[in-house]
Design a protein around this ligand. Sequence first.
Ligand code: NDP
Length: 299
Amino acid sequence: MPAERIDGVAIAAKVRARVAVDAAALKQRGVTPGLTVVLVGDDPASAFYVGAKEKACKEAGMNGETIRLPATTTEAELLAVVDRLNADPAVHGILVQMPVPKQISAQAVIRRIAPEKDVDGFHPVNAGKVLIGDADGFAPCTPAGVQVMLMEAGVDTSGKEAVVLGRSTIVGKPMAALLIQSGKGADCTVTICHSRTKDLASHTRRADILIAAIGKPEMVTADMVKPGAVVIDVGINRVDDPSQKKGYRIVGDVKYDEVSQVASKITPVPGGVGPMTIAMLLANTVRAATLSAKPEGAR
Ligand code: NDP
């Protein structure tokens, strides 16, 4: 029987609707949640993402502002902008779109953002909070979105073998950190694999929940998947396809057609994890606004 398709567009819409309700409740209390995105340079893909984030904020009844800076911006100039946003009480979330031009240290910028406004969840304080299971921390949006998808799709994660392919700071490592916590959508026994892992298939075949975040087009094939596994495909890869008008198509890290014959549930690409990322960014921003509206001692 073919796998059930986990619909990321529908789940993301649900998250965004919940965000809109929370944003409206905050507005009643005089707080409009605000996300400011800083874009340095004119990379077309980054400009597209930034535009999508601004639009999503407005649709959820939040303030979404974009600060566009020239590609020649120095690190000191960008840090000064971050400082100003850190000090602005109307700004609850700050996101500096990556990658930044090479004269700027991405790490310096990430570390300068106030952790309580770091809705991307990249600041070391938030990475630490996610690891220790501190509910005040902000998890990076993509793995947080995967966890929400598992819960919304009714996947019982408790006691399951989860195998995460990829150990990046933005996906693989925080994904594993979320799944090992105790509680809903977690309590997994987690294995992280990477490019030095020996006999990758011996690990993936053990997985009740397999999460692929490696950036290798359709690398996960049916013979690597345990029958009945839940397969989450984070990968977004562009492959040449002369039959398409634009000359390429987007595929995941998983060979969908064959893996969907083995798995019990699977996310497609596109239309799977991708839409969750912006939804979780909005959710993190509303939470940042909620926390900021609480009196100091109640946080
Ligand atoms: P990175 O390139 O930062 O990390 C890739 C990871 O995969 C690394 O840990 C690497 O290992 C590992 N890897 C690479 N090749 C293999 C292999 N053959 N076998 C096992 N492990 C391997 O990528 P990201 O984590 O940033 O992104 C992963 C994918 O997810 C990409 O396709 C990206 O486009 C997509 N993505 C999608 C998002 C969404 O919104 N849906 C958001 C973010 C990313 P090593 O560390 O040893 O090099």
